[in-house]
Design a protein around this ligand. Structure first.
Ligand SMILES: Nc1ncnc2c1ncn2[C@@H]1O[C@H](COP(=O)(O)OP(=O)(O)O)[C@@H](O)[C@H]1O
Ligand SMILES: [Mg+2]
Length: 234
């Protein structure tokens, strides 16, 4: 396998160009990609926009995933560049979560459970010519849909409150718009927000500063949540 230039990096993985229409997503922390592969294949078969799985290289590591190369900015880049408005970004995130949660679970016997991404923020949405695609399924699991909405909201709130991020005001607008979209899908009930906050507090990838600011972030989500949505279906 001929590994080309680095195309992008997140908290856990580096993404390199490969020959042909593929990229190599390589975890830095020895994380196995078997779970991601299974969920991405299932979602692709269900018609959800995930990058196609490519052929594994001969010398592939267990931490490698070969996926379709997506051309186009991340939703973060498009929001910062102003090519996507806060309203359109909120519409897109809400739609992606709604479509994901319309798919029957792969493993769970609980009919209420859904496949959850649990890290579906604008950095993990790529605006490819064929449509918006969701990447980075490392954290995916199954559970109540409201947990996913709560996690996306919490992540946006955390970044909005981060003093080192100068565009926080825009993110607050995006978060408010998103929460208003979520209201029709069951909103972000307080118990789901509490579960998401506890889950995120366990995430070893967060810095000490981020962990310390979690309660404040949850408070921002709660303060922007439509109170009428708190008691509706999950
Ligand atoms: N299929 C892809 N094609 C092109 N670039 C990608 C692709 N997948 C991810 N990237 C880029 O690499 C970055 C990191 O990938 P991601 O899967 O989100 O890793 P992490 O788990 O570390 O966040 C993304 O934000 C994006 O810029
Ligand atoms: Mg990512």
């Amino acid at each position: 396998m001929h590994i080309g230039p680095l195309l992008g990096s997140g908290r856990t993985a580096d993404v390199y160009a490969l020959d042909g229409p593929w990229v190599l997503r390589r975890h830095r922390h020895g994380i196995d990609t078997t779970g991601e592969l299974a969920v991405m294949s299932y979602l692709a078969a269900s018609g959800f926009p995930v990058p196609r799985i490519g052929p594994p290289g001969e010398d592939a590591l267990p931490t490698d995933l070969v996926v379709q190369r997506l051309e186009g900015p991340t939703l973060t880049e498009a929001l910062l560049a102003g090519t996507v408005t806060e309203a359109a970004g909120a519409d897109l995130l809400a739609r992606l979560l709604r479509e994901l949660h319309a798919i029957p679970p792969r493993l769970s016997q609980d009919p209420e459970d859904r496949i959850l991404h649990l890290d579906l923020h604008p950095e993990n949405v790529i605006l490819a010519p064929e449509g918006a695609m969701v990447t980075d399924w490392l954290t995916a699991r199954e559970g109540p849909a409201c947990l996913d909405r709560a996690m996306t909201s919490l992540i946006l709130a955390q970044v909005a409150l981060d003093p080192s991020f100068t565009e926080g005001g825009h993110l607050r607008g995006l978060l408010a718009a998103l929460l208003s979209r979520f209201a029709a899908d069951g909103g972000v009930p307080a118990d789901c927000l509490a579960r998401a906050t506890a889950l995120r507090a366990e995430d070893p990838r967060l810095t000490a500063h981020e962990t310390a600011a979690l309660d404040e972030a949850a408070g921002l989500v709660a303060s922007l949540t439509d109170p009428g949505a708190a008691h509706s279906r999950r």
